[in-house]
Write a protein that binds this ligand. Structure first.
Ligand SMILES: [Zn+2]
Length: 349
């Protein structure tokens, strides 16, 4: 049987190899306008303790940004190949859980479209509003599914967005430390790691922790390539599911009156595509060209480039002491440094 798109074939292969170690679930099914049915597949590996630290990975939320799904699949493939012999990985998984939806928007990938089959942008579909000046259209709108960045019909949640939200809640909301990477591409020259909020210039409550994580990464890999910043530094959007999930989590935490004791940190890996286009301008003419490395050596380089970062994040989920369990004084110091670094421009408390 010929597969409808190559990333799906590679995702199925990775999941097949992980099967002996994993818990797999079909979260939902979505249909193309011509009646092809695709499943949204999820995978869980490692500890089943609800409190266990979680490393989560999402790819393919935007169908055009194919490289995001490829990065997630490459990482899962490497995990699959190592699980039978790598004792340090086996040991990690006794204590933590790796969870993933490698292809969140299979219809979008099949149709080579940013949105899902209903023309809805899954990164604009959650019930969260930007009260600041979100960018016109790009920030999310309800004008028409024919325009990009359509938020969907008010009060409704698309199947893909609902599946993501439920899966994240189920696997991560009771975890002591959950770190998620959602892989995208297309914006800017540099590779970026965006943390909340997308909806607001205001600092989010776990700012000290994300600064501590950044400091750790800077010390361990002083030559790393990532620009780490709040998503609002690039542009403001409404309907970001990670903003929504973060607020839900924080609301839950606040009810427990221990708002910063556990952490849920969603990061968007936004791979800068403008370099790929600069080196190969003709690729900008195809639909997915602006969002992906097209030349095979460039794609290989991209897939290599992010593996050490994902490996580092996996290690910092397992060994989370240096950035999750901060003393009161360290937390205050990181908060001050983070405000200085990221928020002077837009925000004064
Ligand atoms: Zn994207």
């Amino acid at each position: 049987m010929t597969r409808p798109f190559p990333e799906l074939y590679r995702a199925e292969l990775a999941l097949e190899r992980l099967k002996p170690y994993a818990r797999m679930k079909t979260l939902d099914q979505v249909t193309t306008p011509d009646g092809k049915v695709f499943s949204i597949e999820s995978i869980e590996l490692g500890s089943q303790d609800p409190k266990a630290p979680v490393f989560g990975l999402v790819g393919g939320a935007h169908g055009l940004e194919r490289i995001g799904a490829e990065v997630v699949i490459a990482f899962l493939t490497s995990i699959a190949e190592r699980l039978s012999w790598d004792r340090s990985l086996q040991h990690k998984l006794e204590h933590i859980r790796i969870v993933s939806i490698p292809i969140l928007n299979p219809v979008g990938m099949y149709l080579n479209k940013r949105s899902n089959g209903n023309g809805v942008d899954l990164m604009r579909n959650a019930p969260t509003e930007s009260h600041a000046q979100a960018a016109f259209l790009l920030g999310g709108h309800r004008i028409s599914p024919k325009l990009p960045w359509f938020r969907g019909i008010e009060g409704t949640t698309e199947k893909e967005a609902a599946a993501l939200i439920q899966f994240v809640k189920d696997t991560s909301f009771h975890s002591s430390c959950a770190l998620w990477i959602d892989a995208h591409s297309g914006y800017g020259l540099a590779d970026r790691l965006w943390f909340p909020y997308a909806r607001s210039y205001a600092p989010f409550p776990h700012l000290p922790e994300v600064h501590a994580l950044k400091s750790l990464y800077d010390r361990v890999y002083p030559h790393h390539v990532y620009k780490i910043e709040p998503q609002a530094n690039a542009y403001l959007t409404s309907g970001d599911p990670w903003d929504y999930l973060y607020d839900e989590f924080f609301g839950l935490q606040s009810k427990e009156k221990k708002p910063t004791e556990r952490i849920f940190l969603p990061l968007c890996l936004e791979m800068g595509s403008w370099n790929w286009i600069r080196k190969n301008p003709l690729q900008a003419l195809s639909a997915s060209g602006p969002f992906n490395p097209v030349k095979s050596h460039r794609k290989k380089r991209t897939l290599r480039r992010h593996m050490h970062f994902l490996e580092f994040m996996l290690s910092t989920v397992f060994s989370n002491q240096p950035w999750v369990y901060l003393s009161v004084a360290d937390r205050e110091r990181h908060r001050r440094e983070a405000m200085e670094l990221w928020f002077n421009r837009h925000y004064s408390p």
